[in-house]
Design a protein around this ligand. Structure first.
Ligand code: SAH
Ligand code: SF4
Length: 368
C-alpha cells in the first residue's frame, strides 16, 4: 500500500482531455475526441471502443486502466438496488450504491476512503481516515453505475457514501464538473452531503453550478452535537447556521437536513423542537432516517411508530419534513457497513461475502 493520505490518480477517468491527447501522441487528433466520447458518452472501456483500430485498442487497454475493481457486489429489491465494494489501485476500499426507482435512477458515491470526522454512530467514522479519492475515482463510480443502470438513464448522484465531500473539496468539485459537463447530468440532480464543514459550505455558496446541499445535522444543541458529530467543536451550530443561511441566500438553492433518529438520544420532544428552530429560518427540508445500528455504536434507531410521530410533530410546527423511504434491503447498504462486513481493506474474498443482514440506509429522498 502507498503511505496514508497519498492520492495517486491513475485510472482512465483521472485524465483530462489534454492528457488523453498526450496518450495518443502519434495518432491523428480526432482520435482523442473518439476516445473521450468512448469514455464519457458511451461509457466504454478501451476494448469496447470498436470504432478504433484493434492495435490502438490494445495499446489503450494498457494506458487507460480502470481505477476501480469490484471486490464485492450485492443486489437487492429484485436487482433495483446494487451495492459495490470497490477496490482502488492501492488496495483501499470504498462503496457505492445504485438505486433504481420507477421515476428515476440514483447513485450514492464515496468521496474518501474512510473519514476523519469520527461521527460516533457511523461505520465509516469508526473505521477512521485512509485517504482522499481522486476525481477519477469518484467519476468512475458514477460511470460504473450508469453502465449497470442501462437501458435506464441514471440521472441523480448523491455524494453520501464514505467520506466527507467538503473535506476533499477540490477533487470532489472536479468530479461535479466532469459529471455535469461530460456525463451530461444536471447540476440540480447532484447533491453534496456534509457533516458541517463550514469553510466548504462557504466555498460552495460561491460556485457557478447550482448543486444541492444536504446537511447531516443530527443534533441542534451544541452539547449533544459535540458528542455525536465531533466537528461541531470546531464549527458550532451558530457558525454552521450562518454559513447555511448564506448558502441558501446566495445560491437560491434549497437546503436539506439529514437527521438520523437515535432512540432516546435525539428523538425527544426537546430535540425535535431544537431541530425545528434550526430548520425553520433556513426554509430547510428535513429528512428523517431511523439510525442503522453499527458495531461501534449499538444504539437502536427510533422505532417506526415514533419516527412517524416525529415527522408529524415537525410538520405541525411548520417544518417541511419527510421520512426517508427505506427499502427492506439486507445488503449492508448503509455506507461503510459493507466494507466493515467484508473486513475493511483485507484482500478480496475468493467467494462472495456472506450476506449478513443489515438494514439499508436509503438515500432516495435526496432532492431531485
Ligand atoms: N460525510 C457526509 C456524507 C457521507 S455520510 C455526511 O456526513 O453528510 C451520509 C449520511 O449517512 C449522513 O447523513 C450520515 O450522518 C448518515 N449516517 C452515517 N451513519 C449512519 C447510520 N449508522 N445510520 C443512519 N445514517 C447514518
Ligand atoms: Fe464521516 Fe459522514 Fe460518517 Fe461523519 S457521518 S464519519 S462525516 S462519513
Amino acid at each position: 500500500m502507498t503511505p496514508r493520505h497519498t492520492v495517486q490518480p491513475s485510472g482512465a477517468y483521472d485524465l483530462s482531455f489534454e492528457e488523453v491527447v498526450a496518450v495518443l501522441d502519434d495518432e491523428p487528433r480526432y482520435r482523442a475526441r473518439q476516445v473521450w466520447d468512448g469514455l464519457y458518452r458511451r461509457l466504454a472501456r478501451p476494448a469496447e471502443m470498436t470504432d478504433l483500430p484493434l492495435a490502438l485498442r490494445t495499446r489503450l487497454e494498457e494506458r487507460l486502466v480502470p481505477g476501480l475493481a469490484p471486490a464485492a457486489r450485492r443486489t437487492a429489491d429484485d436487482g433495483a438496488t446494487v451495492k459495490w465494494l470497490w477496490e482502488l489501485a492501492d488496495g483501499r476500499r470504498v462503496e457505492s450504491v445504485l438505486m433504481a426507482y420507477p421515476d428515476r435512477v440514483t447513485v450514492c458515491v464515496s468521496t474518501q476512503a474512510g473519514c476523519a470526522m469520527g461521527c460516533t454512530f457511523c461505520a465509516t467514522g469508526q473505521a477512521g481516515y485512509e485517504r482522499h479519492l481522486s476525481t477519477g475515482e469518484i467519476v468512475e463510480q458514477v460511470v460504473a453505475a450508469m453502465r449497470a443502470a442501462r437501458p435506464r438513464r441514471l440521472g441523480n448522484v448523491v455524494f453520501m457514501g464514505m467520506g466527507e465531500p467538503l473535506a476533499n473539496y477540490d477533487r470532489v468539485w472536479g468530479a461535479v464538473e466532469r459529471i455535469h459537463e461530460h456525463l451530461g447530468l444536471s447540476a440540480r440532480h447532484l447533491t453534496l452531503s456534509t457533516v458541517g464543514v463550514v469553510p466548504g459550505i462557504r466555498r460552495l455558496a460561491a460556485e457557478r453550478l447550482p448543486v444541492n446541499l444536504a446537511l447531516s445535522l443530527h443534533a441542534a444543541n451544541d452539547e449533544l452535537r459535540d458528542r455525536l458529530v465531533p466537528i461541531n467543536r470546531r464549527y458550532p451550530l451558530a457558525e454552521l447556521a450562518e454559513a447555511c443561511r448564506r448558502y441558501v441566500e446566495t445560491s437560491g438553492r434549497r437546503l436539506s437536513i439529514e437527521w438520523a433518529l437515535i432512540d432516546g438520544v435525539n428523538d425527544r420532544p426537546d430535540d425535535l423542537a431544537e431541530l425545528a428552530a434550526f430548520a425553520r429560518p433556513l426554509g430547510a427540508h428535513v429528512n428523517l432516517i431511523p439510525l442503522n445500528p453499527t458495531p461501534g455504536y449499538p444504539v437502536r434507531g427510533t422505532p417506526r411508530r415514533r419516527v412517524v410521530a416525529a415527522r408529524d410533530e415537525l410538520v405541525a410546527s411548520g417544518v417541511n419534513a419527510t421520512i426517508r423511504a427505506t427499502r427492506g434491503v439486507e445488503i449492508d447498504a448503509a455506507c461503510g457497513q459493507l466494507a466493515a462486513t467484508v473486513a475493511g481493506s483485507a484482500p478480496a474474498p475468493a467467494s462472495p461475502p456472506s450476506p449478513a443482514p443489515v438494514h439499508v440506509r436509503s438515500v432516495v429522498s435526496a432532492p431531485r
